[in-house]
Design a protein around this ligand. Structure first.
Ligand code: CTP
Length: 401
């Protein structure tokens, strides 16, 4: 059955030229089986007539222009309650600011404030407005509250500027809606920290030591956790994969940076999943000037051990926290992984033999064994995204036990 079948999607339309694309969105949602209600701001009615949306949605389009104020109370509560999902497309900087501040001064903002439904925002505006600190802060605030965003995309904008600001295509918005409607929300109310990627250890201004981690596994977990309703804090080192949109991203460079970021934030988190590949060693000396060749002489570099982030988090573990680590091994997979599980005080370790094709660094699949104090669960080869869900399922099962 389609994820849309029998679901009520309320589409908020604000005043932007992209409103014409929302007609396609509304019609797509209806064709796929959703019940669609449209709420328009006064400015939106300047771009597309309510009659168009009424015809496409088969329901009266709710607008401030036509609704009598005394009916607002009933109407906004009714729609707010009926919504399985709230979408705002296009969303102007103005509505984003209002939502961030909790302002309810028209039908759309009032309904948004009243709803408990998941919300998806598809911004569309001039690049300058999108990148303005005020807008970015508002977006950050909403993300932290669990609001989902899609776009804006880059390109040539209606105003003639080039840059980020174009509303995502109706088909992509519909796909995101489908994902949100079909998704489980079993991480709602939980704060999840995920580490991803490689750290770098500097030798001099132009050289560093690192590893092959692309960040894909950590990002897949971050994406899955977000879709399942978690508040996701992503601590990312150096990565090559596309960074998912989450509540908060903390960028780190070296293992010591990762250590500070993770230990500072760990206390606020319910679940901590450490998929990063931190460099175990750093150079004993890191040079401020570029190292020069020494006329054929051998160069000997001394390295010292970095702090173990997962072990530190294990030491400060609070009651109710679930800690997950990874074990990248090239030999004695299970024995090594089990040793790490107890040494780092983890609840779950995801062990994988990085020498096996289809597992490990820089590929989209993984072959892992989930190891807890109670036992082992070897999994077949699967996508990192699927493995992410299996890891989160296991975490929730451990928390329920
Ligand atoms: N890890 C960490 N800090 C480090 C090294 C590793 O937090 N300095 C974490 C990783 O994020 C991972 C787990 O510990 O979740 C295991 O990492 P792995 O590289 O497999 O093991 P190490 O502890 O480094 O042990 P070894 O290199 O001896 O295999």
């Amino acid at each position: 059955m389609s994820a849309f079948q029998g679901k009520t999607v309320v589409v908020g339309v604000t005043g932007g030229i992209a409103a014409y694309k929302t007609c396609t969105l509304v019609s797509t949602l209806r064709k796929r089986g959703a019940l669609v209600h449209v709420v328009m701001t006064r400015n939106a009615t300047q771009f597309v007539t309510p009659l168009t949306f009424e015809t496409l949605s088969n329901h009266p389009a709710v607008t401030d222009t036509f609704a009598r104020p005394e009916t607002w109370e009933v109407e906004h509560v009714a729609l707010a309650k009926a919504a399985d999902l709230f979408v705002i497309a296009p969303a102007t900087a103005n509505i984003i600011a209002k939502l961030a501040c909790g302002i309810a001064d028209d039908m759309l903002s009032t309904t948004c404030l009243a709803t408990k439904a998941p919300m998806l925002i598809a911004p569309a505006m001039n690049t300058g407005m999108w990148t303005a600190e005020a807008t970015q802060n508002n977006v950050e605030t909403l993300r932290r509250r669990g609001v989902h965003f899609i776009g804006p995309e880059g390109g040539l904008l209606a105003c003639g500027d080039t840059g980020a600001g174009r509303m995502s295509e109706p088909e992509d918005i519909a796909e995101e809606i489908e994902r949100l409607l079909s998704g489980r929300r079993d991480l709602q109310g939980l704060r999840v920290m995920i580490t991803a990627g490689a750290t770098r250890e500097r030798l001099d201004p132009v050289r560093f030591m690192t590893n092959d981690s692309s960040g894909k596994m950590g990002f897949a977990i971050a994406e899955a956790a977000r879709e399942r309703g978690g508040e996701v804090i992503l601590v990312k080192g150096h990565t090559t994969a596309a960074v998912p949109s989450v509540s908060r991203v903390i960028e780190v460079d070296s293992t010591r940076d990762l250590y500070s970021a993770v230990t500072e934030t760990a206390g606020e988190c319910d679940i901590i999943i450490q998929a990063a590949a931190p460099a175990d060693y750093r150079f004993a000396e890191s040079h401020e000037e570029k190292l020069k060749k020494q006329d054929g002489q051998e160069l000997v570099l001394r390295m010292v051990e970095n702090p173990d982030v997962a072990a530190a988090v294990g030491k400060m573990k609070k009651p109710g926290q679930t800690l997950v680590g990874f074990a990248a091994e090239t030999q004695s997979l299970e024995a090594n992984a089990k040793a790490k599980l107890s040494k780092k005080n983890l609840d779950l370790i995801v062990a994988n033999d990085v020498t096996v094709p289809g597992a490990g660094f820089n590929v989209d699949t993984n072959i892992a064994t989930l190891i807890t104090a109670e036992g082992e669960e070897p999994l077949p080869m699967m996508s990192k995204r699927e493995l992410a869900d299996r890891i989160l399922d296991k975490v929730l099962a451990l928390r329920d036990a």
